[in-house]
Design a protein around this ligand. Structure first.
Ligand SMILES: [Zn+2]
Ligand SMILES: [Zn+2]
Length: 253
């Protein structure tokens, strides 16, 4: 992914204020006596001596003012219109890190949670047998837990289909930005990844979240037959392990 950066060049008038008293004036004009200081104060008050002059004199005497920030007047906002520039960014452009999207899939077997793009896709032939290795032909797919191959359920849905029972996050929807660029010439909007109908946003609380819809559940628990078979295997192995021990005892005797 690429980071894009937009700059809005606003101008801000940050206002500061400070109280000017006789002590400060004495610092600025060390050569003046008290009477002259009173006169200077009046001159500044009346505008006879400009503030710019005073600031210049203070600088000359190396006297600083303890300016206190008052407020920022974003006058470009007030007046409307400001320059906008764009550029490519990088990781350092994110002063506010983007919020990680909520997980939308949850494993029904282990504690895994994550996004649809993190799941593992299992491929099946028409007899329902999972295909492994390089898969050329398959009958159907189902998304399973990347950790344990368990079946997944949907969580934190933000979007739902208006036609089928699909629910998911905005990351999973088919977004059309430009009608002319869409193969199906659909109007700009978000569409269901399952059936192509329009999706709507949901608060999440108004939907019952179905387990992965329509697809037969991935065999998560071994059948009784499979268990008995495994037990038989174990018994055979156990017997095999015991056999050499007996013979070794015999040879010792
Ligand atoms: Zn799992
Ligand atoms: Zn749908």
């Amino acid at each position: 992914m690429i980071t894009l950066v937009k700059h809005e060049w606003h101008q801000v008038d940050s206002q500061f204020a400070v109280e000017l008293d006789k002590d400060k004036l004495r610092e600025i004009y060390p050569d003046l006596d008290d009477a002259d200081i009173d006169v200077k104060l009046k001159e500044i008050e009346s505008g006879e001596v400009s503030v710019d002059e005073l600031i210049a004199d203070a600088a000359e005497s190396q006297v600083d003012f303890e300016w206190e920030r008052q407020y920022d007047d974003w006058w470009t906002d007030r007046k409307g219109g400001y320059e906008i520039t764009y550029e490519l960014g990088d990781d350092s452009s994110w002063h506010t890190p983007p919020a990680p999207p909520l997980p939308t899939k949850k494993c029904t077997q282990c504690r895994w949670e994550g996004g649809a793009h993190e799941t593992r896709t299992a491929y099946f032939d028409k007899n329902g047998v999972e295909l492994t290795g390089d898969v050329d032909h398959y009958d159907r797919t189902t998304d399973v837990c990347p950790m344990c191959d368990g079946a997944l359920s949907n969580i934190n849905p933000s979007h739902r289909c208006t036609s089928c029972d699909w629910v998911g996050s905005y990351l999973d929807v088919d977004s059309v930005w430009n009608k002319d660029r869409d193969e199906q010439n659909r109007e700009e909007g978000d569409y269901c990844p399952e059936c192509g109908s329009q999706v709507t946003e949901t608060t999440g609380s108004d939907v019952e979240v179905p387990a992965d819809n329509g697809l037969p559940e991935f065999p998560s628990e071994p059948s009784r037959e499979a268990l008995e078979e495994a037990l038989d295997e174990l018994k055979k192995e156990f017997d095999l392990m015991n056999a050499p021990k007996k013979s070794s005892k015999k040879t010792k005797k």
